[in-house]
Design a protein around this ligand. Structure first.
Ligand SMILES: Cc1ncc(COP(=O)(O)O)c(C=O)c1O
Length: 357
């Protein structure tokens, strides 16, 4: 698909953060964005890169009432050799289309998504921070734009991509997180939207996260909606445990997001011959394992942090410390391997890194 480009005028360029400026996630956006519309019967058209700015939407747009919306999140960064790279962007594009199918939205060909990302990153390459670990966050999204009330699949859609620089997640080094096991609220249930990356899942999570933060926790650990017994995932991360040397993570049973980082950790574990199991994990097993030492590590995985070691889980008012509440050996190993591959310091045996060129 042909992409037309209208560059921002030099006097309309946005202020770039300075080299040493702290970059808070999601607050600063680059000069350009990608837009493309879909109309029933006509398909996708008008693929274009234009200056970042407001989009026009009627108050009766379907997305504003019935949340027909999906999105993705990935990063572009400078590798050690000065090349611009993306980590497994094809996986994000495929997940976007699985989310689209669940939300009754049109697919965007994977190659079109990748072309749009590459072109947008190229034009705003000056926005990619140079510091190790810092990156340009890329946010593709699709919204239902038909002006009509009444619950139905929209006939019109807007697919867009915006980007913005973000700082290194661990600017001050690895910091284990304190997690609250959530029993009152649930995020998603089987047959619902849990495995789709759609705003509605995040709307469902805001109150729980706010209450947990007010109590001094970093994130919540979601339990399954039916039994409130099985572990699902953490805030915006998948969760892994190390029980007696075996790496264990809940299976993709329909209510959790199939993380790209989760898949990468499992692939590395298999390569390294570390026993790995995707199986249901009961919260009682976690609490017991923390107490008797059979659970030596727990960590979250996601694009933002890559690996986030868990220091403790708080369950029914009691704090279960994991290992020595520090950073486990495997947590560090996976973190170093994945970031090493991303930045071109370790051989990319799995062909995960895509060059923007
Ligand atoms: C709910 C949820 N689970 C898991 C993840 C981790 O997915 P990934 O590794 O693809 O970033 C994310 C982040 O996108 C998320 O929002």
């Amino acid at each position: 698909m042909k992409i037309t480009t209208t560059e921002a005028r030099p006097d309309r360029r946005r202020r770039k953060p300075g080299r040493d400026e702290a970059l808070e996630f999601g607050k600063i956006f680059s000069d350009h964005m990608f837009l493309m519309e879909y109309e029933e019967g006509r398909g996708w058209r008008n693929a274009r890169i234009v200056p970042y700015g407001p989009i026009e939407l009627l108050p009766t747009a379907v997305v504003l009432h019935y949340a027909q919306e999906i999105f993705e999140g990935l990063k572009a960064y400078y590798a050690q050799d000065g090349g611009i790279c993306l980590f497994r962007p094809d996986r994000n594009a495929e997940r976007m289309n699985r989310s689209a199918a669940r939300l009754c939205m049109p697919a965007v060909p994977v190659e079109t998504q990748l072309d749009a990302i590459r072109e947008l990153v190229r034009i705003d390459r000056d926005w990619i921070p140079r510091a190790r670990g810092a990156s340009l966050y890329i946010r593709p999204a699709m919204i239902a734009t038909e002006s009509a009330l009444g619950v139905h699949p929209s006939s019109d859609y807007l697919f867009f991509i915006v980007t913005g620089p973000v700082g290194a997640y661990y600017a001050k080094g690895f910091e284990p997180v304190r997690i609250l096991v959530e029993e009152k609220y649930v995020r998603a249930t089987r047959g619902g939207l849990g495995e789709a990356k759609t705003g509605a899942n995040y709307a469902a999570s805001i109150l729980a996260a706010k209450e947990a933060k007010a109590e001094g926790f970093d994130q919540v650990l979601w339990l399954d909606a039916e039994h409130r017994r099985f572990v699902e995932e953490v805030g915006t991360m998948n969760i892994f445990f190390v029980f007696r040397g075996e790496l264990v993570t809940p299976p993709l049973s329909g209510s959790i997001l199939p993380g790209v980082t989760r898949d990468s950790v499992i692939a590395l574990a298999r390569e390294w011959k570390i026993p790995v199991a995707e199986r249901p994990v009961e919260i009682d097993e976690v609490i017991r394992g923390a107490a008797d030492g059979t659970l030596s590590e727990a960590f979250g995985t996601g694009t933002a942090a890559v690996v986030s070691p868990v220091g403790s889980f708080s369950f029914r008012g009691r704090e279960a410390r994991i290992g020595n509440s520090g950073v486990g050996e495997l947590s560090r190993k996976f973190y170093e391997e994945i970031t090493g591959i991303q930045y071109g310091e370790i051989e990319d045996r799995h062909r995960w890194v895509h060059r923007v060129g």
